[in-house]
Design a protein around this ligand. Structure first.
Ligand code: NCD
Ligand code: ZN
Ligand code: ZN
Length: 350
């Protein structure tokens, strides 16, 4: 075995574990197992389930399902279509943020842009709002944030236009942060053509020029978020294929490989995969929650995936940074490809 490095447990504020409702794609046990295999010790699950998590009752059902399955720490984001404001106070202590979809994506769970300001007024500003907002809706986001200063995280920024919008908002002092996914950092529209459905996601893959712009402005990127969005192979081969690709098990190796190529520093990597998400989503950090990573080269392989969907758009790629061991609060929970703890031993957080 080659050189080993120790990193703090990674934190991903943006995953779709599909439980309840679409557990043929993923469930809390397989999703959190994939998280550990990828070096994540805390993840936050999105609300676009088959029945969107827009009521306290649905949230409670989801948390109950998670409670006896998860093997890492899991928090939840609440959902809204702009018609559930009565639920906000009831759930605020059980969730970590509010997710709003302003563009079409998996789940048909999109708001009318006029509603954005109403939602901002209704949501208690103590926990962040997360936006799926591609550049066509940036004006309305600007307007809203000038009026209501709730901390806002722009998910999966994919283009020069979107990142420029975030940079302008930051310059103006608006309470904004943003995330970029590994697929937008390592794949472009040319891969989309080549890989077809396997590289079909929202936002779509952009040009080399967009990708270069994001790498050049890494300082403006707060979080690298996987946007782990598993769909089965059969679904991806269907017509039309659903949007989304898995990412929990490939994000760290891709980023460590980029570090080796001089594309970012170790500190930048740790900030975006641990320190910043902890700060933005108020995760209490434990010094004895760590991961041990082997820096030998290996090949990303579908067969080794713990995610239920069993594939990756990066399969076949040679990378460094295989996670060997994960320790949560001093206990070894994952080693040599295997989860060592029983389902339900992870913690539900808020
Ligand atoms: C996500 C999914 O499948 O739930 N799909 C995607 O392409 N990213 C939804 C989302 O994050 O927009
Ligand atoms: Zn999205
Ligand atoms: Zn997503």
């Amino acid at each position: 075995m080659g050189q080993k490095i120790i990193l703090p447990g990674l934190i991903d504020p943006h995953v779709h574990l599909r439980d309840p409702g679409q557990t043929h794609k993923e469930d809390f046990l397989t999703g959190t197992s994939a998280a550990l295999a990828g070096g994540y010790t805390t993840i936050f699950d999105m609300p676009n389930n088959a029945e969107p998590i827009t009521t306290e009752e649905r949230l409670n059902t989801k948390i109950a399902s998670a409670q006896n399955q998860v093997v890492c720490d899991v928090g939840f984001h609440f959902g809204t279509l702009g018609d559930n404001f009565d639920e906000f106070e009831k759930v605020i202590d059980k969730v970590s943020g509010l997710k709003i979809y302003m563009n079409v994506t998996t789940g048909n769970f999109i708001i009318n842009s006029d509603k954005l300001i109403e939602i901002y007024k209704a949501w208690p500003g103590t926990k962040p709002i997360l936006l799926h907002a591609e550049d066509d809706v940036s004006d309305i986001v600007f307007k809203t944030l000038r009026e209501i200063k709730t901390p806002t995280h722009i998910c999966h920024v994919s283009s020069e236009a979107e990142l420029t919008f975030v940079m302008k908002a930051k310059e103006e002092g608006l309470p904004i942060t943003c995330g970029v996914t590994p697929h937008h950092l390592f794949l472009t529209d040319r891969d989309a053509e080549e890989k077809g459905a396997w590289a079909h996601m929202k936002p779509s893959l952009k040009t080399q020029k967009d990708q270069d712009f994001i790498w050049r402005h890494m300082d403006a990127v707060d979080i690298i978020e996987s946007d782990h969005a598993p769909h089965t192979k059969a679904e991806k081969q269907g017509n039309p294929p659903p949007f989304g690709v898995p990412g929990l098990e490939t994000t760290l190796p891709l980023m460590l490989t980029a570090e080796q190529k001089g594309k970012l520093s170790r500190q930048q990597l740790i900030d975006r995969l641990h320190t910043n998400p902890a700060k933005i989503f108020d995760v209490s950090v434990d010094k004895s929650t760590t991961i041990e990573v082997d820096m030998d080269e290996f090949e990303i392989s579908n067969e080794k995936m713990l995610t239920k969907c069993g594939w990756s758009p990066f399969a076949g790629q040679r990378v460094v940074g295989e996670v060997q061991k994960v320790t949560i609060r001093g206990s070894i929970v994952f080693e040599n490809g295997e989860v060592l703890v029983s389902p339900g031993s992870g913690k539900i957080i808020n």
